[in-house]
Every structure is written in C-alpha cells, then in structure tokens.
Write a protein that binds this ligand. Sequence first.
Ligand SMILES: C[S@@+](CC[C@H](N)C(=O)[O-])C[C@H]1O[C@@H](n2cnc3c(N)ncnc32)[C@H](O)[C@@H]1O
Length: 243
Amino acid sequence: MQTLCAERDYRRHILYHYNRYAYFYDLMEFLRRGTRRKAMLLSDWRPGERILDLCTGTGELALTFAARGASVVGTDIARGMLKRAITKAPALRPNWVEMDATALAFADNSFEISLLSLALHHMPIAVQLRVLRELQRVTTRRIVIIEPYTPANPRLFALWAVVASVIDESEYMHEWVRQDFISTCRTADLNVKAVYDTPLRVHRIILCDPGSKDSGNEIGAVAQPSFELAHHSLPQLVQSEAK
Ligand SMILES: C[S@@+](CC[C@H](N)C(=O)[O-])C[C@H]1O[C@@H](n2cnc3c(N)ncnc32)[C@H](O)[C@@H]1O
C-alpha cells in the first residue's frame, strides 16, 4: 500500500513538475552538453543500430545521436517535455512517443542501444527496478545510463543531498546519494561493465549490457573508466578510489 502511494505521488510530482517547467529545462543544458558527447562516444553506436532514449525529456541526448544519423526513438511521460523536443531540429526526425518507462510498448530486443539519462534519481527504487527491467528486455547490446555524481564518502552523503536538492528538483535525492546503484542494476539483471565520472564530477555514466541475453557482443571501453567493475559494488569501488 505504502509502495503504491509512493509511486502515485512520484508520478504526480513528475507530471506536475516537467509539464509545468519544460520551457526552462534547457537553460541548464550547458552543464549537460559535455556529458552527452561523452555518452555518445561510450555508447559505441554503429551506423544502422536503433537507439531508444528512455525518459528523453526535451530530447537533447536523442538529438545528439540523431545528428550523427542514428535512428532514434525518444519516449517520456511528460507531454510538456516532448512538445519542447518536437520543436527542435525537425529535419533529424527522431520519433517522439509519450510512454511510461515502466511499461514499454516495444517488443523484446527492439533496440541495439538504449539510453537513460538523469531520470532514475527521480524515482522510488521499486520504479527504478521496473524501468531497468524494461530496458533489459528491449535492448540487445548496450545500455548507457547517466545520473548525477554522488560522493564516495558516506560522511558527505547528507551534505551532498542537501546541496544537490537545491540544484536538482528530485524528491528522492536523499535516497539516491545512499543507494548502491550497481546492486540495483544487478537486481534488474543488467551487467554493469564500467562507470565513468564526467569532468567536474557533475554526472556519472554507467555502461551496462543486458545481462542474461547472449548478444555475443563484448563491451570495449573507449576511454579510461573511473573504475572498472569486476566483483565490487559501487560504494566499495568509490571507497577504494578515494584512498
Ligand atoms: C531530469 S529529466 C531528464 C531528461 C533527459 N533524459 C535529459 O537527459 O535531459 C527526467 C525526465 O524523466 C521523465 N520521466 C520520469 N519518470 C518517467 C516514467 N516513468 N516514464 C517516462 N518518463 C519519465 C520526466 O518526465 C522527465 O522528462
């Protein structure tokens, strides 16, 4: 019952916030541009591969790929955000679809590459898991997740959550900074291959492959990761990095 209420409240907040403030979202795009370029490189996208940009918002990440010739579908539940996306670069013709990320209307294995940028930290963990499982189901080769950077040192969690909440509208920031996200990915059957911090440590890029599926493709890193994931959880790795 509590979970259902949390999910209802989360959706209400998302729709209220992103439909109302969609017009202002791109004002902070200067902070995200470098991250999007890095995500594009790390995705290892190859011509001909289909891309899903889940929770696409105003479509900037989808358009980064479309500008290089990728066939992209961008989905979101907030119509206000999609309306902003539609006004941009119509010649690139990505497909914009209003859809809840927890129940995707795509067949299994519809996309080679899926992107999920800056959305999970807005969600209760039960919703995150449903979204990640949907990504696992529809993707054959690589999943690229972007989320805000979080510190390694647990003593900084409370302070970080307060500071981050000022610049980020997420209601779940206090939980997000403490979350072992690598474990969340594993619970959703995703294999986390590498985690990269962006310059200035604004964002973190997490590269996964869709777990138990046998796509026959190994992820080859195109840059030095902040830390490689072998047998460690994210907090362990961050702690060892901080030493
Ligand atoms: C912070 S914005 C990020 C937008 C974009 N991905 C980016 O990188 O700029 C979060 C987006 O996630 C969308 N979102 C949140 N929960 C969702 C859900 N369950 N299904 C689809 N979209 C969702 C919101 O509507 C919002 O547009």
